[in-house]
Design a protein around this ligand. Structure first.
Ligand SMILES: Cc1cc2nc3c(=O)[nH]c(=O)nc-3n(C[C@H](O)[C@H](O)[C@H](O)COP(=O)(O)OP(=O)(O)OC[C@H]3O[C@@H](n4cnc5c(N)ncnc54)[C@H](O)[C@@H]3O)c2cc1C
Length: 435
C-alpha cells in the first residue's frame, strides 16, 4: 500500500500536478484505506459473532447428547436408591387383587426391565415408626414404555388364626393406596427372569398371585412378536380368583404360540368349563404330562409353597434336570425346596457353631434344624428386621463382627462387605453378629 502511495505521488509530481492535487489524492487514498480497514473489522466481527453462534450450537448439541447418553444409560441400568412414582391407575382385577399402574413422578424415561423381575417399595405406613419394605413383581411387558404395573393380592390373616392382623403391606396397597398417591420405589431387579434372546419352548406354571412374573413373560413374548412356544398353566380356585382373566384370554386368542391352560380347583356353579377354565383340579405333574408333548422344556414356576413343592418334586421325578427349572419365591414358605439340606458332616460341624448376638448380649449354639439366621435369631428373641424373607429386599441385613456365612441361594441384592442377609444364610463357623 505504501509503495502504491509513493508511486502515485511520484507520478503526480512528474506530471507537474500541484501540491493541492497531491494532497487530495493522498486524502482519497487514506479514505479508501480507512474503508478497507473498516470493512475488514466488520468482517472479523461478523466472523466472531458467527463463531460464537456455532460454538453455542455445538455446546447445545453436546449437552443434548450428554442428556441422551444419561437417559440411555438410565434406561439400561435403572436408578440408585428410591425414586418417586405416582399411582396413575388402580384397577380391581378380582377379589382382593388390584393392579397398580405407576409412572415416574420426575417424568423421565422408565428403565427397561427383564420379564420376571420385581420392584421394591418402601412404604410409610401410618402408625409405624419405620418404613415397611415389600417386593412386587412387574406384571406387564417390558415393552410397555409408559408405565410399570404391579398386581397385588391382599394377604388375609390365616383362616385358623383370624385374630391376627391381615398382611401389612398388601392391606396398605389394597385399602389405602389410591390414584394420585406417590410411592417410593427401588429400581427393577431379580434373578428370576426370561432370557428374551433365547427361542426355546417354555412352560409357565403359576398358582394364584404367582401369575404376576409369568404374565410379564408371556406379554413380553407377545409384544416382541416372537413365535416362541409357550405353555402357560395357571391354577386358581375359581373365577373369583382368576387374576387378569380378560388379559390372559386376549393374549391366548391373539397369539397361536401361547397355549393357555387354566385349572380351577373349586369351580363355582356359574363357572363354565371350556370357557372360563380348561381343567378341573390343580396344576400338577399329571396335568403337565397330559398336555405337554414331552418333558423337554424350560420351566418357570411361581406360586404357594405347596404348589412349588409339588411341581418341583414332580418335574424332578419326570426326569427334568434342575437346570431347566426356575422359580421365584414370594415368601419364606416357598424357598425351602431348593435350599440344600446339610450333609451329616455339615450337620455335625453346624452343631458345634456358636452364634453371638453382640448387641443382645447372647451367645447360642446353632440349631442345625434352623432354616436360616433370621429364623434362628427370631427363635432366640433377637430382633432382626425382615421383609421378603427371600434374599430380595435387603431388610434383614446385619453387620458381621467376626466369622463367615454360607448362602442358601444367591441373594438378589448383593450385601455390602462385612454384612449378610440373615434370611438366606447360615453360619459357616463361629459368628458374631451386630444384632
Ligand atoms: C420377589 C417377590 C415378588 C413378589 N411379587 C408379588 C406380587 O407380584 N404380588 C403379590 O401380591 N405379592 C408378591 N410378593 C409378596 C409380597 O412381597 C408380600 O410378601 C405379600 O404382599 C405379603 O406382605 P404383607 O406385608 O401384606 O404381609 P405381612 O404383614 O408380611 O404378613 C404376612 C402374613 O402373616 C400374617 N401375620 C400377621 N401378623 C402375624 C403374626 N404376629 N404371626 C403370624 N402371622 C402373622 C398376616 O395375616 C399375613 O397372612 C412378592 C414377594 C417377593 C419376595
Amino acid at each position: 500500500m505504501n509503495a502504491t502511495l509513493i508511486d502515485s505521488l511520484r507520478n503526480a509530481s512528474a506530471g507537474g500536478l500541484s501540491f493541492t492535487a497531491g494532497v487530495a489524492l493522498l486524502a482519497g487514498l487514506m479514505a479508501w484505506l480507512a474503508v478497507e480497514i473498516f470493512r475488514a473489522l466488520l468482517r472479523a466481527n461478523a466472523e466472531r459473532v458467527q463463531n460464537r453462534v456455532t460454538l453455542a450450537k455445538l455446546r447445545a448439541q453436546l449437552h443434548e447428547m450428554k442428556l441422551r447418553c444419561r437417559e440411555a444409560e438410565q434406561a439400561q441400568t435403572g436408578w440408585n436408591g428410591l425414586r418417586k412414582f405416582a399411582v396413575v391407575k388402580k384397577i380391581c382385577e378380582c377379589e382382593d387383587v388390584n393392579a397398580f399402574y405407576l409412572k415416574p413422578h420426575d417424568g423421565r424415561p422408565l428403565p427397561q426391565f427383564k420379564p420376571g423381575q420385581y420392584l421394591t417399595f418402601q412404604l410409610d405406613l401410618p402408625g409405624r415408626d419405620k418404613p415397611l419394605i415389600r417386593c412386587y413383581s412387574l406384571s406387564d411387558s417390558p415393552h410397555q414404555k409408559d408405565y410399570y404395573r404391579v398386581t397385588i393380592k391382599k394377604e388375609k390373616a390365616p383362616p385358623d388364626k383370624p385374630e391376627l392382623p391381615h398382611g401389612a403391606g398388601s392391606s396398605f396397597f389394597t385399602d389405602m393406596v389410591k390414584e394420585g398417591d406417590i410411592l417410593n420405589v427401588k429400581a427393577p431387579t431379580g434373578h428370576f427372569f426370561l432370557d428374551m434372546a433365547k427361542t426355546n419352548p417354555i412352560v409357565l406354571l403359576a398358582g394364584g398371585v404367582g401369575i404376576t412374573p409369568m404374565l410379564s413373560m408371556a406379554n413380553a413374548i407377545a409384544a416382541s412378536g416372537s413365535k416362541r412356544e409357550v405353555f402357560f398353566f395357571f391354577g386358581v380356585r375359581n373365577v373369583r380368583e382368576h387374576i387378569h382373566k380378560a388379559e390372559l384370554e386376549k393374549l391366548a386368542a391373539e397369539n397361536d404360540n401361547i397355549h393357555l391352560q387354566v385349572a380351577y380347583s373349586k369351580p363355582g356353579e356359574k363357572d363354565v368349563k371350556g370357557k372360563d377354565f380348561q381343567h378341573e383340579g390343580r396344576v400338577g405333574i399329571e396335568l403337565l404330562k397330559e398336555i405337554l408333548p414331552s418333558n423337554n422344556f424350560e420351566y418357570y414356576l411361581c406360586g404357594s409353597g405347596a404348589f412349588m413343592k409339588s411341581l418341583t418334586d414332580g418335574l424332578e421325578a419326570w426326569g427334568v434336570p434342575d437346570s431347566a427349572v426356575h422359580f421365584e419365591a414370594f415368601g419364606p414358605a416357598t424357598v425351602k425346596k431348593k435350599t440344600a439340606a446339610p450333609t451329616p458332616e455339615e450337620t455335625t460341624h453346624l452343631a458345634k457353631i456358636n452364634v453371638t448376638f453382640a448387641r443382645s448380649n447372647k451367645t447360642v449354639r446353632w440349631e442345625p434344624s434352623a432354616e436360616n439366621l433370621l429364623e434362628f435369631a427370631q427363635a432366640q428373641g433377637v430382633k432382626i428386621d425382615s421383609g421378603c424373607c427371600a434374599g430380595s429386599c435387603g431388610s434383614c441385613v446385619v453387620a458381621i463382627k467376626s466369622g463367615e456365612v454360607n448362602y442358601l441361594k444367591k441373594p438378589d441384592t448383593t450385601p455390602d462387605a462385612g454384612t449378610c442377609l440373615a434370611c438366606v444364610c447360615r453360619p459357616k463357623n463361629d459368628l458374631v453378629l451386630d444384632a
